[in-house]
Design a protein around this ligand. Structure first.
Ligand code: SF4
Length: 233
């Protein structure tokens, strides 16, 4: 929490507070025990920005009152990404209504129309032989999944969290200092924007879309779900 606070203060300084929105997303943000505190912290430092909580919704019905109170107090917008899992939607909508929570989908019926029944599969090229510019131009990830961690701003969550992929599968895809921007070295917003406007070396691992499959829980939990050149591992 302290690191995050420090980073938010630094970001505010170099951007002069010109940040439109913060999205708290996963993994799954509701798993974080201090999720309610993050809302207060962001709102205190950025009184006018949008704060959007993006969740798979699985834990919404088990969240305590202090969570809903914090959502309300900090005008956090709830965005439920609805997958085919068993969730009592009506139940948490009642709670959200009681606390006057802002919702991207304002009724259960509206939300149900957004059900994600298939998902697009991305291929990670373990050899890193893809043309970075080509990957960058085709990339949609950088638009919505920019990530901030320990003073480093990443264009995409893939680069920020590939360490977990490495840990799970024994790979060694390591971002270099050119794959993120250090917010303690960047002097202003222009420098951050310049960083976002060009491919990073890590884009060479992004092999693009290679299929669309029915959404379901993984049975295999193995690397073939992420890449099609497993011989390199
Ligand atoms: S590494 Fe590059 S191409 Fe891949 S998701 Fe990140 S920004 Fe997009």
């Amino acid at each position: 929490m302290n690191e995050f606070k420090k980073d938010l203060i630094r970001l505010k300084k170099i951007t002069k507070g010109r940040i439109h929105s913060f999205k708290l997303l996963g993994g799954e943000p509701l798993l974080h025990p201090q999720i309610s505190d993050f809302f207060y912290l962001i709102r205190k430092l950025y009184p006018n920005c949008w704060i959007i909580l993006v969740t798979n919704g699985i834990l919404l019905n088990s969240m305590k009152d202090e969570f809903w109170q914090s959502m309300h107090d900090n005008s956090v917008v709830l965005r439920h990404s609805l997958y085919p899992v068993d969730i009592d939607i009506d139940k948490y909508f009642e709670k959200a209504k009681k606390y006057a929570i802002k919702m991207i989908y304002s009724t259960p019926e509206e939300l149900k129309k957004t059900l994600v029944e298939s998902f697009v599969k991305f291929h990670i090229d373990l050899d890193g032989k893809v043309n970075p510019l080509q990957s960058y131009r085709a990339c949609t990830g950088k638009v919505w999944s920019s990530a901030l961690e320990d003073g480093r701003l990443y264009q995409c969550s893939f680069t920020a969290y590939v360490k977990y992929f490495n840990k799970k599968f024994g790979t060694s895809l390591i971002p270099s200092k050119d794959d993120y921007i250090d917010i303690y070295k960047a002097k202003n917003l222009r420098e951050l924007l310049d960083f976002y406007e060009k491919p990073i070396p890590f884009c060479r691992y992004c092999g693009g879309i290679y299929g669309c499959e029915k959404w379901e829980s993984s049975e295999k939990h193995d690397i073939t779900e992420w890449t099609n050149n497993i011989k390199s591992v």
